[in-house]
Write a protein that binds this ligand. Sequence first.
Ligand SMILES: CC(C)(COP(=O)([O-])OP(=O)([O-])OC[C@H]1O[C@@H](n2cnc3c(N)ncnc32)[C@H](O)[C@@H]1OP(=O)([O-])[O-])[C@@H](O)C(=O)NCCC(=O)NCCSC(=O)C[C@@](C)(O)CC(=O)[O-]
Length: 318
Amino acid sequence: MQLRSLPKQVNLVEVGPRDGLQNEKQHIETGIKAELCNRLLAAGVSRLEAAAFVSPKWVPQMADGAAVIASLNRTLSPKPQSVSVSALVPNLKGMEAAIEAGVDEIVVFTAASEAFAQKNINCSIAESIERFKPVIELARRADIHIRGSISCALGCPYQGDVPVTAAAEVVKRLHGIGVQEFDVADTIGVGTAGRVSEVFSAVAKVSPLNQIAGHFHDTYGQALANILAALQVGVRTFHSSVAGLGGCPYAKGATGNVATEDVVYLLQGLGIACGIDLGELVKTGAWISGQIGKPYASRAGKALLNKQQAEMLTESAG
Ligand SMILES: CC(C)(COP(=O)([O-])OP(=O)([O-])OC[C@H]1O[C@@H](n2cnc3c(N)ncnc32)[C@H](O)[C@@H]1OP(=O)([O-])[O-])[C@@H](O)C(=O)NCCC(=O)NCCSC(=O)C[C@@](C)(O)CC(=O)[O-]
């Protein structure tokens, strides 16, 4: 049976170096973060979220963002047109640091839930939008692409249920101040396909579909089904994290982002191109998991490694 309304190609934004690592308690060396970025680019990633210029008091792991991006820019020199490096920016201070570092995209971030905005960025949604105005002004002058992330579109760890149209309301307000792309996030991975379809359909009423991205965490194992539901609404950009690393420090209990390996495997099965070499990605996922002392969590990645090992054993036995 053929699935309806699927595209030939989608864009993946790899958020492993930022969302994937930000919550790690042990200090991760800048060199490891930079190598992760380089390996991801070598595997074919073209949109890479590499850092967050946030308060180091709030998220200490992201304190070396400038050094990570400097290292990346040295390796990439001259930077291919196809590669775009992004970083989270909560305020003017972060924006100045992002410009200095030489990012291609910034991500301002707020929420569909008031309670989460307070916990994550210490202000209300309305205050965050005011705070973003001068940030966006600077980004425009520097010709930097502006994304806006809306956390807790499918549910909130503090507030619980979030109305279906809450994310769309925030998208409208962000659009009004010049945000160009909207990252609609299931921060705690509670969404299921039907609700995802409703939330993204509501967002699609206030923004062109090519400006919407789906950002799914996999806490309840629903992320791939949710991506399929959003694809069927017409969303063509998705965020994912190599090896399924990640979680937000202000969303306790939420697990990592959907694993990029699992998404690429899904897309391959659907005949949808994304430009990423799954074999190289699996090597990178296994490598970074080892570096930070975690079991390798991508289901597709583990299956492919097991298959490779079994084939090698058969060959050496033969
Ligand atoms: C927004 C603030 C700064 C407000 O934090 P605040 O404490 O209200 O702000 P402040 O202006 O009073 O600053 C406090 C201190 O931080 C410094 N500071 C202030 N800003 C910066 C900066 N940009 N870079 C470096 N330092 C900074 C500032 O200079 C000051 O230092 P002090 O004077 O005390 O020495 C803080 O709440 C913050 O940084 N929050 C970020 C939290 C965060 O990074 N969360 C994770 C990312 S969001 C996420 O993961 C969700 C997402 C995007 O993946 C989608 C999803 O799944 O939902």
